[in-house]
Design a protein around this ligand. Sequence first.
Ligand SMILES: Nc1nc2c(ncn2[C@@H]2O[C@H](COP(=O)(O)OP(=O)(O)OP(=O)(O)O)[C@@H](O)[C@H]2O)c(=O)[nH]1
Ligand SMILES: [Mg+2]
Length: 336
Amino acid sequence: MSSEKKCLGCGVLLQDENILQEGYTTSIENDICQRCFRMKNYGEYQVVTKSNEEYINILKSVAETKDLVLYITDLINLEKNLEQIRNLIPNKMILVLNKKDALPRSVKEEKLIAYLESMGIHFEEVIVISANKNYNIDYLLRRIKFYQTSKNVYVVGHTNAGKSSLINKLIQNYSDNAQELTMSPLPSTTLNTVKIEINDHLTLFDTPGLVQNGSILNHVDEKMTKKISPKKEIKPKTFQLRRNQSIVIEDLIRIDYVEGEKNSFTLFVSNDLNIKRLLNSNNHEILKDLNKVTYQVGYDEDLAITGLGFVKIVNKGTIDVYVNKDVETYMRKSLI
Ligand SMILES: Nc1nc2c(ncn2[C@@H]2O[C@H](COP(=O)(O)OP(=O)(O)OP(=O)(O)O)[C@@H](O)[C@H]2O)c(=O)[nH]1
Ligand SMILES: [Mg+2]
C-alpha cells in the first residue's frame, strides 16, 4: 500500500510494496522508512541520487511564500556560488554559517561574517553557529523570532550543510516534540520537505539539500566519506614548499607547486586524512593520471576543493592540481 504519509526522518512518502524503492517500510504504521531506520539505529547508509531539478522546484515553492528562510552553509565547504539559492528565493533570508567547531578555535567569528558580507549578497544577517556543539543556537532563535513573517520558517542549503542537524538541535532545545530528523555524512539524506512544529509560534520546514555536482563526496566510498567529514576541530597542517614539491591527500588530490618563491601551504581538511609531502615532484607519478588544472595563485588565496576543504596559500605562484575531472576546485580570497 502506498499512502500520503511521509517519513518523519527524511520526508519521503512511505510505501510497503517495493523494498527496492524509496520510502519502503515494513508497515505503513511505522513513522520512518527503512533507510532512516537503518541509518539511525545501525549507522548503515544507503546512498540516494537526487536530481537538482526536483530541489529547484522546492526552492521555487519556498519563494512563493513570504516566509523567512534560513540558508545553511558549511564553513569548511563554502559554496562558490551563494547567489544560486539567493537568486531563486527573494524572501527575507538569514545566512547561517555552520560547523564553526570544525575550524580552529582561533578563527574569529567577526572575520568570517565580514568575509561573507564583503561578497555583496543581501542577507538580513549572517550568523555563525555549530549545530553539533550547540553553539550560538540561542542567538539564532532570537533572530528568527525577530525576522519571521509568519509561523513558518524554511531551512535550505546544499546537501550536508547540517540543515537537519540544526533543526534537531532546535527541537531538543526548545520543544516537547520527540521527532528526530535523520542526519548523515552522506549526501542527500533528507529526501523531501519535512514539517516540524517547534512550538505555537514556530514551524520549521527541513528540505533536501541542493546536490553539489562538483563535490568530491560523489566519487568516494562510504568509508572515505566518513573520513572526509570533520568531526573535530581541524588541526591545520602547514607545509613550507619550494618549487617542484607536492602535497598529496590520500588518493584524492595532488597539488604540485610548480613556480614561485618558497611558499606556505596550510591545509584545512579533516584530521583523519592522510597527507604526504613529496620533496621532488618529478620523482613521483602518483595521481598524475587524474585531470590536471593549473592555477595562478595570488597573495593570500585559498584553493577550495568542493566537499573536502581548502588550502591557504600565502604567496603568489603557480600550482598544478590533479583531481577527478568532475571535482570542482577554485581559487578564492583567503577565508582565514
Ligand atoms: N563538525 C560539524 N559537523 C556537523 C555540524 N552540523 C552537521 N554536521 C555534520 O554534517 C553532516 C551532514 O549533516 P545533516 O544534518 O545530515 O546535513 P543536511 O544539510 O541535512 O544534509 P541533506 O539532508 O543531505 O541535505 C553530518 O555528518 C553531521 O554530523 C556541525 O556543527 N559541526
Ligand atoms: Mg537533511
